[in-house]
Design a protein around this ligand. Structure first.
Ligand code: BGC
Length: 256
């Protein structure tokens, strides 16, 4: 039997990149998927096509995860379309590069809103619904190696991912008695649109590859495999931790 047969999952930011890879993988494992995008309607359509190709079904919802009304609409869409919601993947995220002295207030606010406020209140409404239905659930946050590792020029991003780390630790304790698990996945350098600038700059890319023991960028599938495991019944006793998918990047140190 496929590991997510009969389950319903919401994957935020699933019109591209890691979110799209997770939506497709979940569908291959039998889950029906609520696909979310904020700006790219075509991306949402592409993900739905992948989900259907995998033999499952989905629904597309445009929503901005920083807005409370949109958050409710997203989760309600799962109940309206499929009658339940078992798995929440807080994947939507963003980064803004600027040296610390040049960070603009509006950029700071946006990074914090997308990376922290969104997951916070989506998770809250997800849990309220599970509590009413007396059902167990799974929460998977897509964090980053930068929940732990410094990344100069991306201080707001690093803070937000560090916040996500404590969010997960706290909620593992608070939600455990409801049989709701929560875990983080911390990807390293994955071939996705968030890295477009890097992928277009050969010198920067070569320098980065020298830091990755497995000597390649990750694929969305590398991340989605772990997400599928964490979402499945096989991970029933796994909660409160972060799992790194980075080709060894975080552990690497070498003297020339
Ligand atoms: C960031 C990427 C970066 C990677 C490795 C990710 O969290 O989004 O921009 O290349 O970490 O440093």
């Amino acid at each position: 039997m496929r590991s997510l047969e009969g389950k319903v999952a919401l994957v935020t930011g699933s019109s591209s990149g890691i979110g799209q890879g997770i939506a497709e993988k979940f569908a291959q494992e039998g889950a029906r998927v609520v696909i979310n995008y904020s700006r790219s309607a075509e991306g949402g359509d592409a993900t739905l096509a992948m989900v259907r190709q995998a033999g499952s079904d989905g629904v597309i919802v445009q929503a901005d995860v920083t807005k409370m009304d949109d958050i409710r609409r997203l989760i309600d869409a799962a109940y309206d379309s499929f009658g339940t919601l078992d798995i929440l993947v807080n994947n939507a995220g963003m980064e803004k590069k600027a040296s610390f002295t040049e960070v603009l207030e509006a950029d700071y606010d946006q990074v914090m809103a997308v990376n922290m406020k969104g997951p916070f209140f989506l998770t809250q409404y997800f849990v309220q619904n599970l509590q009413n239905a007396k059902k167990p659930g799974r929460i998977i946050n897509i964090s980053s190696v930068h929940e732990d590792m410094a990344f100069p020029g991306f201080t707001s991003y690093c803070m937000s991912k560090g916040g996500m780390r404590m969010f997960t630790r706290n909620l593992a304790v608070e939600l455990g008695p409801m049989n709701i698990t929560i875990n983080n996945i911390a990807p390293g350098a994955i071939r996705t649109p968030i890295n477009t600038k890097l992928l277009e700059d050969k010198d920067k890319l070569d320098a980065l590859l020298k830091n990755i023991p497995l000597n390649r960028l990750g694929t969305t599938d590398d991340v989605a495999e772990l997400a599928a495991f964490l979402a499945s019944d096989r991970a029933a006793y796994v909660t409160g931790s972060t799992y790194v998918v980075d080709g060894g990047l975080m552990r690497n140190y070498h003297e020339q």
